[in-house]
Design a protein around this ligand. Structure first.
Ligand code: ADP
Length: 599
């Protein structure tokens, strides 16, 4: 009916336009100056579209067939992704068109926002092609060349880059951060951002015995003893200080409980507020802003500049309107993340991880820093070690926060046949490969109402739950039978699996898969089942650094003026990173890189 009405409006509008000739003043018979004809009635119109987090609602102001203003009335997109909305609104107004490129890394948000603006036009009885054609913003003006000098340039505004920037500035250096995406955050923003720190304050409260040494041994073992032990040692021994720094200096709020990640011997992982990297990035970015650290968005570093001795003395970068040469008097810090989104690079180093495997990473994770460093002689380590994450959206590859429930220990993972097939708290690579071997290369994660509440899924990740329900990836049903039926899982087998699992919880021991934490039975409805698949999550390989975060060349010598920190580095996580070690890694080495570069 709505569609019919708007079609009618379009037709009526078209008829009225056909009848329009230059008006004649009937009193004096003289022709009036022609009024500008418009195809769309001036006014403010509302429309909605579907983004990643649900409905995006906008109001669009139309005047003289031009979009003069777009207001976002409501949305539920992840913080950081809302910058995509501002970018799109700006472009739509300057081009007077809704046919603008999606903001890379924010596909679903971009699509939802564009849909909302188009819907507003429809409610005006108009279509996007009725907007006045304009060439503003289309002009291909020659880019300016800008040369700047700073003590330190940091490539990448994710967790490691912002941390390094804050520490370098605190040490008195003049710092600038380059970020190629339209927003800061990188993979850190979209991660759960749990943080492994031995001897932390919550462990003390809960009476959990731990030590940096145990954390080191877990990390080495988890990475098949392929990590550089001296770097693992630095990470584990400084992890707690890093978490306290985030808490006390940056203002990060840690939840009052811990998560138990696969491969760790004890529960040692701190959880940021809302169990999301939002808390880390929002606070780091706010701190950087308060310290007047410029973060240049949409500015992609393309190469490193070296002097005749091979010392790094700057960076070349491309912005939207300018090409930059940044000269550095102290150092360049590469913090540009991994290469999980670069299929070509993945296949170059590990042919098994081809394009058929989705990725949890942001589109910015293309390994630029690794390529730039290698171009000037840096050594790379462990490039073939690419980690998949077991519980991701089978449609997009996005990491699902729903998986918190597993990390709290509450879920049972089964296959389509209703059977368990892997330890739910096992290593990510082991779980991923086990899931890939099941029917349809997917798994089903079962949770009961008690586990659902205890995992704070509704509280922390409501918009994601809405998305999962909408896309038939999650079901909530009163009985196990109904939940199983939704996905065509063998219900009788599922029930017998659950009975067995519950008896293991009672005994406190899982003789089948040795699940290391058995906090709760699956017994109270409603029941929830999530369908999930593995996706590329973390690239363990990258630039070789020493304990000071200085980049090493192929002969093991320091490349002067160059530091690296975060996922862009190799050798710290061996062949496989344990969950919640990344935040410790990026914070510890981000701080070290910033402090040392400023010297
Ligand atoms: P880490 O966890 O190591 O900090 P992230 O993925 O969180 O890594 O952050 C890396 C950041 O670097 C991302 O925001 C990404 O967009 C950015 N980046 C990647 N390549 C470049 C580049 N060539 N120039 C500027 N920024 C880059």
């Amino acid at each position: 009916m709505k569609k019919l009405l708007s079609l009618l409006l379009v037709i009526l509008l078209a008829i009225s336009l056909v009848g329009c000739n230059t008006p004649v003043n009937s009193e004096n018979g003289k022709k009036e100056a022609p009024k500008e004809e418009t195809k769309i009635k001036d006014g403010v119109y509302e429309g909605t579209g579907l983004g990643k987090g649900g409905e995006i609602k906008v109001s669009v102001n139309i005047k003289g067939d031009a979009i003069t203003e777009i207001k976002t009335l409501s949305h539920n997109e992840t913080s950081g992704f809302d910058t995509a909305i501002d970018t799109l609104a700006e472009k739509m107004i300057s081009l007077n068109s809704t046919d603008v490129d999606i903001v890379s890394g924010c596909t679903l948000t971009s699509k939802g926002f564009t849909e909302a603006v188009n819907a507003a036009l429809t409610s005006a009885g108009a279509t996007a092609d009725m907007l006045k054609k304009t060439d503003s913003g289309q002009k291909n003006e020659a880019k300016k060349d800008i040369v700047e000098s700073h003590d330190i340039v940091i490539i990448g505004a994710g967790g490691a880059g912002l941390t390094a920037a804050i520490e370098a500035k605190a040490a008195g250096a003049d710092v600038i951060v380059l970020e190629k995406m339209p927003m800061a955050g990188g993979n850190t923003l979209i991660s759960g951002a749990e943080y492994a720190a031995a001897n932390n304050w919550i462990q003390k409260k809960e009476g959990i015995e731990d030590s940096a040494e145990l954390h080191i041994q877990d990390t080495l073992k988890g990475g098949d003893n392929l990590a550089k032990e001296e770097l693992v040692r630095i990470m584990a021994e400084n992890a707690l200080a890093g978490a306290e720094w985030l808490r006390d200096e940056v203002g990060v709020i840690w939840e009052d409980e811990l998560m138990f990640f696969g491969g760790h011997s004890v529960k040692r992982s701190l959880i940021p507020l809302g169990a999301s990297g939002r808390e880390i990035i929002t606070k780091l970015a706010a701190k950087a802003e308060k310290m007047d650290i410029p973060v240049l968005l949409n500015t992609k570093a393309t190469s490193l500049i070296t002097d005749s001795n091979g010392k790094v003395v700057g960076v070349k970068a491309e912005g939207e309107d300018a090409n930059y040469t940044f000269n550095t008097s102290k150092a360049v810090i590469i913090a540009s993340g991994g290469f999980g989104s670069n299929v070509e690079m993945r296949v170059k180093y590990n042919p098994d991880i081809d394009g058929s495997i989705l990725s949890t990473n942001t589109t910015g994770s293309t390994g630029d820093g690794i390529v730039m460093a290698e171009d000037i002689g840096a050594n790379l380590l462990g490039m073939e070690y690419i980690q998949t994450y077991p519980i991701c959206d089978p449609l997009t590859g996005t990491l699902l926060y729903y998986d918190d429930a597993r990390l709290y220990g509450h879920t049972v993972i089964v296959n389509k046949e209703g059977k368990r097939f892997v330890e739910e708290l096992g290593r990510r690579d082991v779980m991923s490969m086990a899931i890939k071997a099941q029917t349809g290369s997917v798994c089903y994660e079962l949770l009961d109402q008690n586990g659902f509440v205890a995992s704070k899924l509704q509280e922390n990740h409501g918009p994601e739950l809405d998305y999962l329900y909408r896309n038939d990836l999650l079901v909530k049903a009163d009985t196990l039978d109904k939940a199983a039926e939704f996905f065509g899982i063998d219900a009788a087998e599922l029930k017998s699996t659950v009975d067995k699992y519950n008896s293991y919880v009672e005994e406190g021991k899982d003789p089948e898969f040795n699940k290391r934490s058995l906090p709760s039975k699956v017994e109270v409805g409603p029941f929830y089942i999530l369908k999930a698949a593995p996706a590329v999550h973390h690239t363990m390989g990258g630039i070789e650094i020493n304990e000071n975060a200085q980049v090493l060349n192929k002969d093991g010598k320091i490349i002067e003026g160059l530091y690296a920190a975060g996922e862009v580095t190799g050798g710290i996580q061996g062949s496989n990173r344990l969950g919640s070690n990344a935040l410790a890694d990026i914070t510890v080495f981000g701080r070290i890189a910033g402090q040392n570069a400023a010297k």
